[in-house]
Write a protein that binds this ligand. Structure first.
Ligand code: CO
Length: 210
């Protein structure tokens, strides 16, 4: 593991290399941020959005939290979502989970973990909805991984339930919302669910006065 002094040294070397390759690199990025993607991912250090998708600074707007949740009372997530959809006008939102997620695994236990209980509660709710399917799986890791997939699907639906997304769908036919799961074992992303602009969700969540 590098020391923090090494992180700063690497940063200097990186900045010099970027400038040597392209003298306009930083001035161009300073001028404009127009990413086409909003990424909602897990905070897990092994799932870096840019690196695993081969994208550069300026190409993905990123929000990360434990287990890539879209909680409808989370002002942090909602602020990022509103800015991404209404100001940056992103074309795609990607919710990216990962197999073996510690947050999902913890939510499937009965351990009292303190403050994070409240966050994991949202994942327990997803488990409850899909309990039949998950409980029928014999192997524990497979159960966790299936809940990882279903959780991503549920978070994609949660995005579609926001007035922010519904308004953009109505006026602009975007964003497309994707649910992906990253596999730490081979580095490959599996698309598991998606919703296109205008797709219908349970009508009780559809606003009529956008
Ligand atoms: Co995780």
């Amino acid at each position: 593991m590098p020391t923090y002094q090494q992180l700063l040294a690497h940063n200097k070397a990186w900045a010099s290399k970027k400038l040597a390759q392209d003298p306009e690199y930083f001035s161009r990025l300073v001028e404009l941020q127009e990413p086409e993607y909003l990424w909602i991912g897990c905070s897990d250090s092994r799932v870096p959005a840019n690196e695993i998708t081969g994208t550069n600074p300026g190409e993905i707007f990123v929000h990360r939290n434990v287990a890539n949740m879209v909680v409808h009372t989370d002002l942090n997530m909602l602020s990022v979502l509103q800015y991404a959809v209404e100001v940056l006008k992103v074309k795609h939102i990607i919710v990216c989970g990962h197999y073996g997620c510690g947050g999902v695994r913890a939510a499937m236990t009965n351990h009292n973990l303190g403050i994070i209980n409240k966050w994991l509660r949202n994942i327990k709710d997803v488990y409850r909805i899909h309990r039949k399917e998950i409980d029928a799986i014999e192997i524990e890791d497979t159960r966790v991984n299936r809940l990882v997939e279903l959780n991503v699907q549920e978070q994609v639906m949660n995005l579609a339930k926001t007035s922010i997304v519904q308004k953009a769908w109505k006026s602009d036919q975007r964003p497309h919302i994707h649910g992906w799961v990253y596999d730490l074992h081979d580095g490959v992303i599996k698309p598991v669910f998606e919703i296109a602009p205008g797709d219908h969700i349970d009508p009780i969540y559809e606003f009529d006065d956008l």
